[in-house]
Write a protein of this length. Structure first.
Length: 257
């Protein structure tokens, strides 16, 4: 096998050194026209057309998008109007159903009222005969009570004649006046000069005299019923009416304080 010698392998391929005056290899090459100017013009035209195409496409996309938005808004408005129409129809349907239900309830109520009136009429007719009998019995009882009240009124009249001087004394002593209470069997006893700050303030109680035992029906201001019952129990027992009036004045003074 022959040995490799670099000097031999490279020296045979290396061209001889060119001198400064030797002709250039490029000058010896033939001139070639590649058409760069024409290519540049064509590329410029293509770029212009491509930009115009892109601009036109962009405008078209914008117009399509705007139109799509307009169409979408119109569809949404149509849908909203239809939804509103459906709601109105639903409300009308519900109102109509409620009206029918109300009319049915009124009709049922009317029938029930008619039945009730019929039953009431029959019941009243049935009660009429019983009432006639009760009226007769009540009239008999009333006549008996009238006789009893007449006798009691005569007793009270006689008692009042004896009590007039004493009542005059208590009216002056207790700053009291006596008035009618709108019924023959009731008297109204009115006190004043109870409070030093308000001498004109009045209090009163309404006394019933229909029976032997006195009864107090109303007071102003209101006094506890237990206190009233105690005073009535005392006066109905000892019949000391003057002391009773004095104690009632004391109750009113305590109530105002």
């Amino acid at each position: 096998m022959a040995s490799f010698e670099p000097s031999l392998s490279t020296s045979g391929m290396r061209p001889p050194l060119a001198s400064a005056d030797a002709p250039s290899m490029a000058d010896s090459l033939p001139s070639v026209n590649f058409g760069f100017e024409d290519l540049r013009n064509r590329m410029t035209q293509f770029t212009t057309k491509f930009d115009a195409f892109i601009d036109k496409g962009r405008k078209q996309v914008l117009e399509d998008r705007n139109q799509f938005r307009i169409n979408l808004a119109e569809l949404q408005e149509d849908q909203r109007m239809k939804q509103r129409d459906m709601e109105i129809l639903t409300l009308k349907s519900q109102s109509h159903a409620q009206t029918l239900q109300k009319e049915a309830a009124e009709a049922a109520e009317m029938h029930a009222a008619i039945s009730s009136i019929t039953l009431e009429r029959d019941s009243r007719l049935a009660k009429r005969d019983r009432l006639k009998q009760q009226i007769a019995e009540t009239q008999k009882t009333i006549n008996q009570r009238l006789e009893s009240q007449k006798a009691h009124a005569q007793y009270l009249d006689a008692q009042a004649r004896l009590n007039f001087p004493e009542l005059d004394f208590w009216q002056d002593y207790l700053c009291l006046r006596i008035e009618g209470a709108g019924r023959e069997d009731r008297l109204k006893f009115i006190y004043n000069h109870l409070l030093e700050k308000d001498w004109e303030k009045e209090t009163w109680f309404e006394l019933g005299t229909a029976s032997r035992d006195y009864e107090i029906y109303r007071t102003k201001p209101k006094i506890e019923r237990a206190a009233i019952e105690r005073e009535l129990e005392i006066v109905n027992e000892d019949r000391d009416f003057g002391a009773f009036l004095k104690r009632m004045r004391k109750l009113f003074v305590e109530s105002l304080k």
